[in-house]
Design a protein around this ligand. Sequence first.
Ligand code: MTE
Ligand code: MOS
Length: 789
Amino acid sequence: MSTKESPLHRDAPHESGLGHVTGTAIYVDDMAGPTGTLHAMVLHSPHARARILSRNGDAARRLPGVHAVLFAEDIPGTNRIGPIVHDEPLLAEDEVFAIGQSVALILADDLMTARAAAAAITVEYQELPAILSIQAAIEAGSFSTDPHVIERGSVTEALEAASLVLDGEFQNGGQDHFYLETQSALAVPGEHRSIHLYSSTQHPTEVQAMASEVLGIGRHMITCEVPRMGGAFGGKESQATQYAVLAALGAQHLGRAVRLWLNRDQDMLWTGNRHPFYSRYQAGFDGEGRILGFRVEIYSDGGWTQDLSGPVMDRALFHLDNAYYIPALHFRGQVARTNLASNTAFRGFGGPQGMLVIEEAMTQAADRLGIDGAEIRRRNYYGESPRDKCPYGQPVTDCRLDRIYVPLLKSSDYYARREEIEAFNDERPWIKRGIAFGPLKFGISFTASMLNQAGALVLIYTDGTVQLNHGGTEMGQGLHTKMLAICAHELGVPLKAVRMMHTATDKVPNTSATAASSGSDLNGQAVRHACAELRDRLRSIAASMLDLDHSSRDDLRFQGGRVQLDDGRGLDFAAVAQQAWLEQCSLSATGYYRTPGITYDREAGRGKPFHYFAYGASVIEVEICGLTGESRVLRVDILHDVGDSLVPSIDKGQVEGGFVQGLGWLTTEELVWNERGYLLTHSPSTYKIPASGDVPADFRVTLLEDARQDDVIHGSKAVGEPPLMLAMSVVTALREAIHSFANTERPLELEVPVTAERILRAVENVRASNEESDPDVLLSPLKDEHART
Ligand code: MTE
Ligand code: MOS
């Protein structure tokens, strides 16, 4: 089909962009509930771990305007939810395992009354010792999964043969999702005890399934509908469920509509984050900087329930190689169970945490072997050789690492700027710069094979307009914009003739979460199949309207709102649709897709967990101040592979947004708990997400050209998560800048996030060791340099 007049592969505004900026885009909490909609509030645990001795809601129930106070025993079905293992009590029973765990549900006329009721509930706790860090969990043997091991060859032999052996530790912090729209749900009871559940969730089917189990009714009695989300980033893949189900519980209990919405502090305190990881590693390199062997033991902080921690750890293990071929390896990963909020999916899903470890090893090796950081990485790249299999045995086909490396180093002027920076640093005692290159390879697919499926439902009306339903959810990433472009392209109708419907479980059943960056890969194919089916039916109708013989029937094209032949003979799409109805031909069709060939055997640590890989690389230049520890990103060059982009303007937005979110995680966003396991940084006053001023002033984002990917929807590639990892090289760039304060070559350990405090401390340490070796350094004049830059 010609792409003439097709919206595919063309820039377009986000389908809700106008709605976002004018305030007309509707989110769950904007939806008007029926008259008498009640407000729900959750009473949460104030202790990281405690036995519940008694709980009493009578005083609260007596308050005017309070309609119910529900505890665990008021749940009609099961009191267990969870995305994989159902290990999470919806309401606490006789013990609490984290601050923020839900203990009681209050239903009242308004929020103020609900708050007063919460204060009137008495719960007696007996505090128990809590585990509040990965290290403490390891010591106590507290884990929520078995170890997952992936290995190849003999690391011991490889390390013996190595000319450099690194023996290190690494850790990274978590990250709050900080979606602009906090968790939110509205449950409306219907006939026959059915419930219509509006939820800000990435996973409407899971909300439907968990609500059905908790309420003890069939899934057919529950519809979950998602208008759109004000951001999710993985934080609503499993953790929207609890609050939606609580709203449904209230609605069923009272037969009235119930709204539940978390304020920012509650959302930050009660819901989980990106997993912090701790790892120990040994890496052996030859004299040219080639990695020979890599042994890594990694642990994540899973929090108090399993949630998605198992698959997050799997993906971390799958990305410990990042872009590099490792001949001998032993990777072992295990999830620690602590008494903190349960950690969950977050853009990259463990991949970034895994990749940081090998990036650290590469940086350390480059320092010690005196090899440039970009060069050592290139030397270790996967190539096209059949030898070059991933640790789990999947070959790296269609590797684009070199295709990105060469032009990016050139366009960013990497080597020349490195020299300029050295000269700059030599002259400046307090302001130092650093530059670093970092590549990425990221596997696309759900690693649980059966999740790689999707459905769509397309309805054509007799005036030629179309309603489009698919199983994916819109969270700002532009999925709907892409699906509209695909649908309009396939049916050859103008974009404005297609209306995107809310995602709902009564239109497309049994869906997977919109996650793993595969929303457009999966749903796009399903939409295409539904449209192809409809085109086929309409082609027969149009052929008989035009009196065509069977062979020219296949030459009919759907484009420009017409169904026509190349010689111009044809009909309006609407006329064909009208005729189809007259001839009693169905004008709706479902589409279905499953990704072929995905398998993984966890016991063996072998398989093909990914359909393909996304590639990209960045060059980042930073500047730090040795007096305050403040840092700035001066310039960023990115070359990223999104295949033949479905909508390039959307993909560019994903690259920019993902990158800046990665910068936040790695530099300013720091979660701090007190000794009781209470999160101190539960609002934007103490938790610093990047602001518009933190976007690199010189930000050059280019999409790789001629990058069509076979066997993916219209040659495109997934883009949602990978760009976050383009920010990883900021750690290396900051380290370089800090290092330039040193007059001796000493290894430098840095924790992530590399906050201003950590930079300042590192600089002071470096300068203190200078003093030991050369006491005169500290006497260098303190120029008024800061004011000049
Ligand atoms: N972009 C925006 N604006 N908001 C989001 O919440 N989530 C990210 C990414 N980009 C997110 C986003 C995450 S975690 C994933 S998995 C993908 O979008 C999901 O959408 P996709 O599969 O359609 O790319
Ligand atoms: Mo994204 S972390 O897979 O929701």
